[in-house]
Design a protein around this ligand. Structure first.
Ligand code: ZN
Ligand code: ZN
Length: 145
């Protein structure tokens, strides 16, 4: 596992619409393995990819570093249970944000009440870059997948 971005696969992301994401969105470029993690902030609500629910813990883990870097703290991945027992995973900076989410969404619960995964402590890494990719970098990255 990459010690900076928590991924086993240094080209695992983007999960969907890879070319459009790499060409059009600001990326967190892992200084340790080179993986690109979408860190684009949507204009209307200011949300980033890591703010949205994930179907699996592994997928959430692929975006956790973008959350850590944005908030400058070790965020956590929480398992959320919706109506009918449907589960998904969400990243929150801390338990206060989890509690606020649960208050706003009375049909959902977090059975564990604690993160399933977190780096535990926020660290900076020397090679990290946050920027748009150049066209030739997009091509090289896609070719390496
Ligand atoms: Zn993107
Ligand atoms: Zn990495």
């Amino acid at each position: 596992m990459c010690e900076e971005c928590y991924s086993e696969d240094s080209r695992a992301t983007p999960l969907r619409g890879a070319r459009a994401c790499l060409e059009g969105h600001t990326q967190y470029i892992c200084g340790s393995c080179g993986r690109c993690i979408c860190i684009e902030r949507e204009e209307r609500r200011g949300l980033q990819r890591w703010n949205f629910p994930f179907q699996t813990l592994e997928q959430a883990k692929l975006y956790l570093r973008a959350a850590d870097h944005t908030r400058q703290r070790a965020c956590g991945i929480y398992q959320i249970e919706g109506p009918g027992g449907r589960t998904f995973y969400k990243i929150f900076p801390g338990r206060e944000e989890l509690a606020a989410f649960l208050r706003k969404n009375p049909g959902k619960r977090c059975p564990q009440g604690a993160p399933l995964f977190s780096a535990g402590r926020y660290r900076e890494f020397p090679g990290t870059q946050v920027r748009r990719l150049r066209p030739q970098e997009v091509e090289a990255y896609l070719a390496q997948r």
